[in-house]
Design a protein around this ligand. Sequence first.
Ligand code: GLY
Length: 363
Amino acid sequence: MIQLLANTRSKEYPVFLSAGAMKEAGNLWRSRGREGKIVLITDSNVANLFLGPVETAFTKAGFAVKAIVVDAGEEAKSLAEATRLYSELFRMQTRRRDAVCALGGGVVGDLAGFIASTYMRGIGLVQIPTTLLSQVDSSIGGKVGINIAEAKNYVGSFYQPDMVITDPELLKTLSRGQLVEGLAEVVKYALLAGADFFEALESSYEEFLVMNMAFVEPMVRRCIEYKLGVVSDDERDYGRRALLNFGHSVGHGIETAGKYTAYSHGQAVALGLLAAVRISEQVYSLSGDYSARLQSLLELLGLPTRLEGIDPAEVIATMSSDKKADDLSANMVLLKAIGEPVINCDVDAAMLRREVDRLVTGD
Ligand code: GLY
C-alpha cells in the first residue's frame, strides 16, 4: 500500500493509494488509533456499487456503521440537505469521537466534508473518493462546502480529512463521460508538473481509457503528490495554491456562461487549458508546440477543443464576476515552460477576448 503524506498547517494525514485499498478502510482507520462509529455518507448511485463493501470493511474492523444516502447530483450540495444531515447525525447520537466517511465523488466529498467540519464544531473525516476527479483533486486539500442559489461553493471551510483512501480500482465502474471529467484535471497536472508527465499521457493515454492499473495508479499518484505539495505550502489559498486553477479561469467562465449544462466542468477546463497554453505561448514564448500537442491529446481523450453555442462575450463577463478575480482584468495562471507555472498573470483583455474567440473559430 502506498502511503502519501499531507503535511498542512492544520493537520498531517495519510493518503493511502492502491488498487483494492477500499477493502482495508476499517483496518487503516483502526491503525490510526481511531474508535467510535462511522457515519457513511454516500449518494444513490455510489450506494448501489460500494456501500456494502465499505460497510463490511469498517464492521469487520470492529466499527459500528450507519449510512446516509443522498440523491445523486449537484442539488445535494445545499443548505437544506446539510440541515437534514445534521438532524440525521443528531438522531444517530453522533459524538465528537465518531467520524463521517464521505464515499463518492466531488459532490459527496464536499457535502460530507462540510458536515464533518461543522457538526459539533468538527468531527473526524475519512474521504473515499470514487471518481477520477475526486481522487486527484477534491478529496485532498480540505476544501469543503455547499452551493447557494447564486453561486457554487460559496459557503464552506478548509477542513482537512484525517485519512484519504484512494482506490483506483473503483474507477473501473465510471462511464466514459465521468472518466473524461477527471482526465481534464490529469492533463492540467501534467502541464503543471513537467514534460515527462505530459509525454507519458501522449504516448499511453489509451492505457487510461482501458483502465490499465499499471498505468493509472502511477498517474493518479503523480497528481496527488503534486496537489499535496501545493496544499502543504499554502493550505488556505493565499498564494501558491492558485496554481491548481490553471485552465480554470476561462474554464469557469465557460461553465458559468453555459449555465452548468452546456459544458461539464472537465470539458470547460479542457477548453480553458487550451486557451491558457495559447496565451502562455504569446506572453512567455512557451516553446515545444504545446498548444497543438495539447489539442490533439484532448481530442484523443474525447475532450472538446472547440467552443460551441456560447457567446465569448458572456464567457469574459462571467470571468470578471468569478470569486477568484480581484478586479476586471483576467488573473490567470500561465506557463513559462511545462512544469514552470506562474500565478497572478494579468492578461490583457484584448488577448483574452482573441483567445476565447479562437476557441470558437478554431483558427
Ligand atoms: N481544486 C482547487 C483546490 O483545491 O485548490
